[in-house]
Unconditional design. Structure first.
Length: 310
């Protein structure tokens, strides 16, 4: 009986130890995954939006209106090409497209032939006109109706050519597609722009490049997390980022959120890429800097962690 009591007591103690161990393991899992912030070291800051601005057409640069370091707004004019010839061509084409003289002439002709047909109807009914002459009067009306439609189509075509000439004229003005900072001015006034004669595709357009503009209000910060956290990090989670520099500005904490979690594990080191978007307060962040990103837990990630450790 005494031995039996000892065995029961030992079993109870063992069960308690196992339960305590499972609870400790669960708590540790929550701390290391969903239950605590995940810290990623040596993250890299990158511009969220950086554009190379090129001219749509070849030509000679008449004006460069911005310099490196200037802040620009979306649709702000950056440069103008010499557009004297384009203006003349547009005015000529607009004059042709707006002219309705040919249509008016053809309308008068059609009205005349319709009047002749009315007279021919009376004569033909009274047998004062031959069948052949009457047929010719009908044909003249039909032909001139077709010629009027043709003139209308011609005018529409010339108007479209005028619209095309206007777009070509507009292409002589280079604007910024985004709000940002001019990082590079690649050309000077009076330089000629032309596609590279050698090569095809995007590289052939290098001769038309004018500016590089970066949107500095928001940046991406990218880091690599261990695969243990693959199911714990999700788009939308809040992040806090600090610059890895020993300067006063580096003490600033920048808030943001996860925008992309790469589902593919890197074969070499078993990590995956995490990208967050952060507000560039006071323009302190610069592309190329390194920093530390703390990914704050959310309720759904913590709940997943608890389910997976049961």
């Amino acid at each position: 009986m005494h031995i039996r009591k000892l065995l029961i007591a030992a079993g109870v103690t063992l069960a308690a130890l196992l339960t305590a161990g499972m609870v400790a393991a669960q708590s540790e899992a929550e701390r290391s995954t969903g239950g605590a912030a995940i810290s990623l070291e040596q993250c890299v800051f990158k511009w969220k939006d950086a554009r190379v601005i090129s001219s749509r057409i070849p030509g000679t640069i008449a004006e460069i209106l911005v310099q490196e370091g200037d802040e620009v707004d979306a649709d702000q004019v950056l440069a103008r090409l010499d557009d004297r010839i384009a203006k003349i061509e547009y005015e000529i084409q607009k004059l042709i497209g707006d002219s309705d003289l040919a249509i008016r002439v053809q309308e008068d002709k059609l009205a005349e032939y319709k009047a002749r047909l009315d007279s021919a109807d009376t004569l033909y009914k009274n047998r004062a006109m031959s069948k052949e002459d009457y047929r010719l009067a009908v044909v003249n009306v039909r032909v001139n109706q077709t010629l009027l439609l043709q003139e209308v189509e011609k005018q529409k075509t010339e108007q479209l050519k005028s619209d095309r000439a206007l777009e070509t004229l507009k292409d002589h003005t280079v604007t910024s597609p985004i709000k940002g900072v001019v990082q590079k001015v690649a050309r000077r006034e009076q330089e000629s722009l032309s596609p590279n004669e050698a090569g095809q595709g995007p590289q052939s357009l290098q001769g038309l490049q004018l500016f590089r503009i970066v949107a500095s209000d928001k940046l991406w910060v990218e880091g690599f997390a261990e695969q243990l956290y693959l199911y714990r990090i999700r788009p939308g989670q809040r992040v806090q980022v600090q610059i890895n520099l020993d300067v006063p500005e580096a003490r600033e904490m920048f808030e943001g959120k996860v925008v992309f979690v790469d589902p593919e594990i890197q074969a070499g080191n078993g990590t995956f890429m995490v990208r967050a978007e952060v507000e560039n307060r006071a323009s302190l962040l610069k592309a190329g800097l390194r920093g530390t990103m703390r990914i704050l837990p959310d309720d759904s990630a913590a709940a997943d962690a608890r389910r997976r450790t049961r």
